[in-house]
Each structure stands twice: as structure tokens, then as C-alpha cells.
Design a protein around this ligand. Structure first.
Ligand code: KG4
Ligand code: ZN
Length: 338
């Protein structure tokens, strides 16, 4: 079954083709970063309009790259939510109408389920059950994944998502949008140990997170400092170390609590090098096997939607005639295919 995947939940138009025998045969990504940079964040209305401009040419380009024609498609998957409503509607309307025109089944995919299953596209596939750390611009979740569609959220952020904290901290330090990768790059120039920031909620029991206090800590430290370039890098270093250390501590706790031995990391912050290095040490310290998607499948992409959609279509699920994109949609409300 050749499945076309369409991702349009935020500021990236991602298109991919997945075939069970060949894997991802082609994928294309158009990022709106330049469009939103001048505003310092995503402008929803501009995002929708840009998805409209890019989606059809990108589908054509991806089919061409994979050596397929539209008529060879056997299923369509689009991101149904959560995300920006206007942006979601572009992908949903495109996917559903293409499906109707071609007479093939269409499925609406949960964006976070896409992220969660992205490591399955790598050579080493994690077996169920596993613990997943989902870290993006909108979510920070620790999830026990028992099977496709059987998800139990063990912990989540009570305020800012970790990616959002990276982005806001970067903005505060005057770094260009999008801030996460820029902050991580600057942190490499920082001096270790000059500042030590708190690891929020690590001294209380439980698996929830809170990152807004860390951001405030950065603001106070920056305002009271000499505001030199070196100080900026030192603060970036302290912030990144504290945020990543917090994530690692909670992963360690969740692994102990659940007895799970496999850890999957997904979402945009999964591209962070320090996080990857720190979690890799779990392998040597307690034998946990860690799985990461390649960095381009960590951030938003069409490949993860094509794959998650394939899994559900292959199990016989499909979207009815009437469907609604969902700006908010809990991961736990998903069900395993019948
Ligand atoms: O999953 P994603 O592409 O989009 C959402 O669904 O939110 O994640 C984007 C988030 C942004 O907050 C971005 O700053 C962050 O991931 N991010 C990073 C890195 N690369 C992307 N944060 C820290 N270090 C990175 N290398
Ligand atoms: Zn995402």
C-alpha cells in the first residue's frame, strides 16, 4: 500500500510517500521559518496561506522524486490535529479531496502519534512496550506506549513545553527565531559551571514538568548581568544544561517506575545534541536501550504522518465523509485499531 503523508499542523509543509516494502521512498519539506522570523513567532493566518501555496507543488515534487504518479497512490494520511486550525484545514481538505477524487481511503493522523512512531522508520525498530519522551514546541510528555494507539501519559508539562522554553529563552537573549537550535548552538560557546540553574520539579515526586520558572530565572540572571556576549553564551549553557538534565532525570525516574527497558525520544527537541548524549549514557548506567529518529524526522515532517497513517490504514481504519480537524486532541483519547 503506497501512502501519501501530509503534515501541515504548524509552520512546516511536509509531504512523504511510504511503502511497507520500501520504507519512505521520497519526502519533501518546506519550512516557513523565513516568513515568520520577522514577527519572532508563527503567525497563524500567514501559515495557512503559505501551506495553500506550497502543498500542491510539494505533492507533485514528492511523487516525481519517488518515481510514482498520483494514480498509483493507495492511501492518504494527513495531520488531523493538534495544531493551528487554519493550517490543519489546508492539509485535511487537500488530503480528503485527493482521497475522494482518487477513490482511495484517507486517514486523519494525531500529530504526536506521528512523532511517537517516527523512530520506527530507522533500521533499529523499538519493540512494544516502550517509554516515549515527546519533546516539541507544544508538548513535553512522558508516555508509556503499549501498542499502536495504546498510550498512557505518565507525565507532562504543567506550563511551557520544553521547546517553547528554549524558544522563549532564546528570544529573551536576543537570538534569531526559531530560537531552540540557535540557543543550543550558542550554549556550546558557554563556560560550564559559571551559572547553575534549578532543575524544576526534580526534587518532588512525580513525572510532571514545569519550565516557565527556568525561563524567569534566565531573565533575572540576564538583567542583573554585564550582558556581554560571553555572559549570553554562559547563560545559554546553564539553561540548556538545566533543561536537558531535568528531562533526563524524569526519564530515569519513569523507567524505574514502569520497569520499561526501551526509551524512544521524539519531537523537535529530540534533535538536541546534549539530550541525545545524556540519554545515551542511560544505556551504560542502567542498560536502557534508547531510540532516536534521525534529526530530520525529529522536527515536523511528512514521513512520520505517512507512516502512522499507513499503520492505521493497514489495520482497516479510515476517515468517514464527515471529519473535523482538531486544534486540541488528547493523545490518550486515541484507541488501538480494532
Ligand atoms: O516537533 P517540532 O518540529 O514542532 C512542534 O510540533 O512543536 O518541534 C519544534 C521545537 C521548537 O521549539 C524548536 O526550538 C525545538 O523543537 N528544537 C530544538 C532543537 N531543534 C528544534 N530545541 C533544542 N535544541 C535543538 N537542537
Ligand atoms: Zn511536532
Amino acid at each position: 500500500m503506497l501512502v501519501l503523508g501530509i503534515e501541515s499542523s504548524c509552520d512546516e509543509t511536509g509531504i512523504a510517500l511510504y511503502h511497507p516494502d520500501r520504507g519512505i521512498v521520497a519526502h519533501s519539506l518546506y519550512s516557513q521559518v523565513k516568513l515568520h522570523a520577522q514577527y519572532g513567532g508563527v503567525v497563524p493566518e500567514l501559515a495557512s496561506r503559505d501551506h495553500i501555496r506550497k502543498i500542491s507543488p510539494l505533492i507533485q515534487e514528492t511523487l516525481q522524486k519517488g518515481g510514482y504518479t498520483m494514480a498509483q497512490l493507495e492511501g492518504i494520511a494527513f495531520t488531523k490535529g493538534p495544531g493551528l486550525m487554519g493550517a490543519l484545514m489546508v492539509g485535511a481538505a487537500t488530503g480528503r479531496s485527493l482521497g475522494l477524487a482518487l477513490g482511495i481511503p484517507t486517514i486523519g493522523v494525531h500529530h504526536m502519534e506521528g512523532h511517537l512512531l517516527a523512530p520506527m522508520l530507522e533500521d533499529e525498530v523499538p519493540a512494544f512496550p516502550f517509554l516515549a519522551l515527546l519533546v516539541s514546541g507544544g508538548h513535553t510528555l512522558l508516555v508509556q506506549v503499549n501498542a499502536l494507539g495504546d498510550y498512557q501519559v505518565l507525565g507532562e508539562s504543567l506550563d511551557d513545553a520544553v521547546g517553547e522554553a528554549f524558544d522563549k529563552t532564546a528570544k529573551l537573549l536576543g537570538l534569531a527565531y526559531p530560537g531552540g537550535p540557535a540557543l543550543a548552538a550558542l550554549a556550546q560557546q558557554g563556560t560550564a559551571e559559571r551559572y547553575t540553574f534549578p532543575r524544576p520539579m526534580t526534587t518532588v515526586p512525580g513525572l510532571d514538568f514545569s519550565f516557565s520558572g527556568l525561563k524567569t530565572h534566565v531573565m533575572t540572571t540576564w538583567k542583573e548581568s554585564d550582558q556581554s556576549e560571553q555572559t549570553k553564551a554562559d547563560i545559554a549553557h546553564a539553561f540548556e544544561t538545566a533543561a536537558i538534565d531535568t528531562l533526563v532525570k524524569k526519564c530515569r525516574r519513569a523507567l524505574k517506575q514502569t520497569g520499561l527497558t526501551r526509551l524512544v525520544v521524539a519531537g523537535g527537541v529530540g534533535a538536541n545534541q546534549l539530550l541525545r548524549e545524556q540519554l545515551a549514557t542511560l544505556e551504560s548506567s542502567n542498560g536502557t536501550k534508547t531510540y532516536f529518529p534521525r534529526p530530520e524526522y525529529c522536527t515536523d515532517n511528512g514521513a512520520m504522518i505517512a507512516y502512522a497513517g499507513y499503520c492505521r490504514l493497514a489495520a482497516g481504519e479510515c476517515e468517514g465523509d464527515s471529519f473535523q480537524p482538531l486544534a486540541r486532541w488528547s493523545l490518550e483519547s486515541l484507541q488501538a485499531p480494532a
